[in-house]
Design a protein around this ligand. Structure first.
Ligand code: 5GP
Length: 117
């Protein structure tokens, strides 16, 4: 079954798309955690980082180039931003379609809450 992100990419369900090319699509997160919170998603459905292969190198590289371009578009490049890719249960991955979170627009603080290791 197609992932929710594949359906957004295919235009089957609505998404606030901010960037699209032959390899990746980016749209605003439905539940933003920062003033800018965008998901950069391979057009090809790869469930998680554990499923990435060498054949995916181009799309993975393109995700970073798209992040750079979108950050400039959003006006957050100079102040900086955070890129996050969650994987699996301990990584708290909720949608099984690889995606990079691009977050910025305010100081984001330390990467993880400093609780027990
Ligand atoms: P994960 O925890 O898998 O790294 O992040 C999944 C993200 O997808 C969450 O930030 C969540 O808000 C977002 N999300 C889940 N469903 C939808 C949706 O239907 N549309 C959009 N735009 N974002 C979604």
């Amino acid at each position: 079954m197609a992932s929710i992100f594949s359906k957004i990419i295919a235009g089957e369900i609505p998404g606030d798309i901010v960037y699209r090319d032959d390899l990746v699509t980016a749209f605003r997160d439905i539940n933003p955690q920062a003033p800018t919170h965008i998901l950069i998603v391979p057009n090809k459905e790869i469930p998680s980082v554990n499923d990435v292969t060498a054949a995916d190198e181009a799309v993975l590289g393109r995700m970073f180039l798209a992040a750079q371009q979108i950050a400039a578009q959003e006006g957050i490049a100079d102040n900086g931003y955070r890129l996050i890719v969650n994987c699996g249960q301990h990584g708290h991955q909720e949608v099984l379609h690889v995606h990079m979170h691009l977050m910025g627009g305010r100081p984001l603080g330390p990467m993880l809450y400093r609780t027990s290791r």
